[in-house]
Structures are given as structure tokens and as C-alpha cells.
Design a binder for this molecule. Structure first.
Ligand code: GCO
Ligand code: MG
Length: 404
């Protein structure tokens, strides 16, 4: 089977939605056989491009395209220091492209190659947001009318921004710029939000919320306990990855289902949470852990502990990456829910074959491989952009920087 070699490894950065997406193309010794993978780490995309062009491409040329597992181990181990977001994203782009090639060679969509389907459609959740309860409720109702039955609810993105009121907090002299938020104001606003949503909209919809690592351990205990009456589908990212040990306390303190993982890059982060069943949903961003190869292993590991998948699905993920994880969604018995942030018109133009959504379910096409193409010409019309990092400089009212 080692008759087809990797001939070239190319990397593209395109921003059809004004968010930098990184795409890897693997060309093989068979002229018409190539594959695409997602390597999107939007906040450090140039570092990922360098890792691919300067390190991975030279070691991959001439290697057998069939040996995904062996090449993944070589890419991961050859930097000695490993398990970081930049190198993992670079490896993911290659890994997913090799899976795309394997599916094309087998003339099978990836879900079939993984062992076939456990379900016909992939339940997805959307993001409702707004600067008032009424605006959030309007957004929820709009999604429900489109058939979505799982909705993440926020009032002012992460930590709540109260329409800029955060800027009026009493701050010290010469307080630096940043995305200020006030934990107590944020917490109280979320209590009010879910109380009203459950009263006004009711229970025929599953609701989530993303703490986005904004609260202290003690605040999280109160927050989870206070939200219990609203029966959330899950409460996400209660703490930063640096505080995983606190999940043991949190788990013993609340019945609210817990989700964690989009920030993980190292198996040491998820192992204790999964094997101790301290969480209910694993949320990794597939390219941040190295692509489909490790994600399949993680899904199987989680299945042993009744932890369900809820792969990260923000807008800083390419349609190739979204489709790749949706193949895994179809195959995994312990699929939980798929986060989905829509595809813009421009993205669908650059990435033909995007999954389609009907009545709250996503459907990948049944083309061989990942099933999403990449129009290199159209991608050129959307060159990389200067991303707005300001929200990543989050601060408490006294200016203390906090994890964003
Ligand atoms: C989510 C995530 C994202 C991240 C974003 C960072 O649950 O979808 O929290 O919104 O903040 O991907 O770049
Ligand atoms: Mg999140």
C-alpha cells in the first residue's frame, strides 16, 4: 500500500470571514490525488505556517501517504518538546489532509472509514447573544424557529460587557486599556438571564453557557449552584486549564453537567478529568491536539468513562476542520453535541462542499474523504487580516489581567 508518496506540502491562509484560517494541502505522487486539512490557530497563524513550511514539509516529502499513524508519531516526536498549540495545529493540517487522501483512495467518506455511522444527522448548537435579556430571547427564538434545539446563551460575550458599562467601573489611576469585566455583575446578569429565559421561553430548548475561564474557584461554586434550577445542558470552561484539580471539588458540589477542553493541547490536561468523570463533555479543538488521529483516540478513551464529545466549533475553524470533526461525530457512539457557528457565503465559496444544516441537524456530503474542497483562486480574494486581539486582554476592574 506504500505505493503513493507525499510529493508536496502547501499551506494557505485565507480570511473569507475576516478570521484567519490555515489550510494544508498535501499533494501526492499521483497527480490527481491530494488532500486538505485544517491547521487553524487564528491568533498565531504565522507561527503555524512557519512550522509547516520550515519543519514538517521537508521531513514529509517522499514519505508514504498511507502511513498516517507513523507520520503523526514522527511529526509529534521530532520536535522533542511537544504538545503545544502551534506544532499541534501544524501536525493537524497534515494529519487531516492524509485522512482526506485515504478516504479518496478508498472512495469512502471518512465516517465510513472510521467504522460507519451511529446516527443519520449531527445535532448542533448555536450562540445566542445580546446586550439585554430581550435581545438574547429574540436571538433564541430566531434559532428555535430554524429548528435548533440546543442554544448557548450569553449577554455581552464572555464575562459580559454590559454595553461598555465595564468601562465605567471605578478603576485606579492610569488603568490600562483592556476588555474589563466585573465578575459579580457578570454572575448576577447570567442568573437574571436564565431566570427570564426559562420563564419566557420555557423548557423545550436545551441551554448552555460558557464561563470561558473567567471566574475564581469560589465564584464558580456559587455560579454552578445558582444555575442548577435552570437545568442547563452544560456549563462550559468553568476554570482555566491550569486549575483542573478543582474540578474534583466542583464535581462534588453541583449536579450541573460540565464541559471542558477547547484550550487543551496536552493529554495530561484531559486524562484526570475523563478517568475521574469530573466532566460530562470533552470540548477540544481538534487541530489544537494534532488533528483527527488523536481525536479518534480521545473519543474512544472518553467512551470508556461515559464522557461525551462536544468538539469545539467556533468561527476560528475552517469548514474543512468542521467537516472533519463531523465525520467523527457521525461515527462516535459517545457523541454529545456539535458546536456550530455557521458558514458565511464567502466561506462556502472558498470551501465547496460545506456540511449543510436542516432543522437543527448537520449533514456532511458523502463524497470520499472529508468532502470539502478548497478553491485556491477564490481564497486569494480573502487575504489574511489583522485580527482584533483586544478582547484577549481581559482585566478585572482594578486592571488585573485575567485569562480571556
Ligand atoms: C467557544 C469558544 C470560542 C473561543 C474562540 C477563541 O466556546 O466557541 O469559547 O468562542 O473564545 O474560539 O478564539
Ligand atoms: Mg468556549
Amino acid at each position: 500500500m506504500n505505493d503513493i508518496q507525499i510529493r508536496d506540502v502547501k499551506v494557505f491562509v485565507t480570511a473569507p470571514r475576516k478570521i484567519n484560517l490555515v489550510v494544508v494541502k498535501i499533494e501526492t505522487s499521483e497527480p490527481e490525488l491530494y488532500g486538505y486539512g485544517c491547521a487553524t490557530f487564528t491568533w498565531r497563524h504565522k507561527a503555524v505556517v512557519t512550522a509547516i513550511t520550515e519543519y514538517l514539509a521537508p521531513m514529509l516529502k517522499g514519505k508514504p501517504a498511507d502511513d498516517i499513524e507513523g507520520l503523526w508519531q514522527m511529526m509529534m516526536g521530532s520536535s522533542y518538546w511537544r504538545n503545544g498549540p502551534v506544532l499541534n495545529n501544524a501536525i493537524s493540517g497534515v494529519d487531516e489532509a492524509l485522512w482526506d487522501i485515504k478516504g479518496k483512495r478508498a472512495r469512502l467518506p471518512l465516517y465510513s472509514l472510521f467504522g460507519g455511522k451511529c446516527r443519520e444527522g449531527i445535532a448542533v448548537y448555536r450562540h445566542a447573544d445580546g446586550s439585554s435579556v430581550e435581545e438574547v430571547e429574540e436571538s433564541i427564538q430566531c434559532y428555535m424557529e430554524k429548528g435548533y434545539r440546543y442554544i448557548r446563551c450569553h449577554m455581552g460575550t464572555y464575562g459580559g460587557n454590559f454595553n461598555g458599562k465595564c468601562q465605567t467601573f471605578a478603576k485606579p489611576d492610569q488603568a490600562p486599556d483592556g476588555a474589563y469585566f466585573h465578575p459579580r455583575l457578570y454572575m448576577e446578569s447570567v442568573y437574571r438571564l436564565f431566570d427570564r429565559v426559562r420563564q419566557d421561553i420555557g423548557w423545550d430548548v436545551e441551554l448552555m453557557h460558557d464561563v470561558h475561564e473567567r471566574l475564581s474557584p469560589a465564584q464558580v461554586l456559587e455560579f454552578a449552584k445558582t444555575l442548577e434550577p435552570y437545568k442547563l445542558f452544560f456549563l462550559e470552561d468553568c476554570l482555566p486549564p491550569e486549575h483542573m484539580e478543582f474540578f474534583k471539588t466542583l464535581r462534588n458540589h453541583t449536579v450541573i453537567p460540565l464541559a471542558m477542553g477547547e484550550l487543551f493541547t496536552n493529554p495530561l490536561e484531559w486524562k484526570p478529568l475523563v478517568q475521574n468523570q469530573w466532566i460530562d463533555f470533552i470540548r477540544v479543538h481538534l487541530s489544537d491536539i494534532g488533528g483527527l488521529t488523536p481525536a479518534r483516540k480521545l473519543a474512544h478513551f472518553c467512551e470508556m468513562y461515559h464522557v461525551k464529545t462536544a468538539w469545539h466549533g467556533p468561527n476560528d475553524l475552517s469548514p474543512i476542520g468542521m467537516a472533519a470533526q463531523m465525520h467523527l461525530d457521525l461515527n462516535s457512539h459517545n457523541f454529545g453535541i456539535q458546536e456550530f457557528s455557521g458558514f458565511s457565503e464567502e466561506e462556502q465559496e472558498v470551501f465547496p462542499g460545506c456540511p449543510v444544516i436542516r432543522n437543527g441537524y448537520a449533514y456532511v456530503n458523502h463524497a470520499p474523504g472529508i468532502g470539502v474542497g478548497f478553491n485556491e483562486e477564490k481564497a486569494k480574494a480573502y487575504p489574511p487580516v489583522e485580527m482584533d486581539h483586544s478582547w484577549l486582554f481581559s482585566r478585572l476592574p482594578d486592571g488585573t489581567p485575567v485569562r480571556p
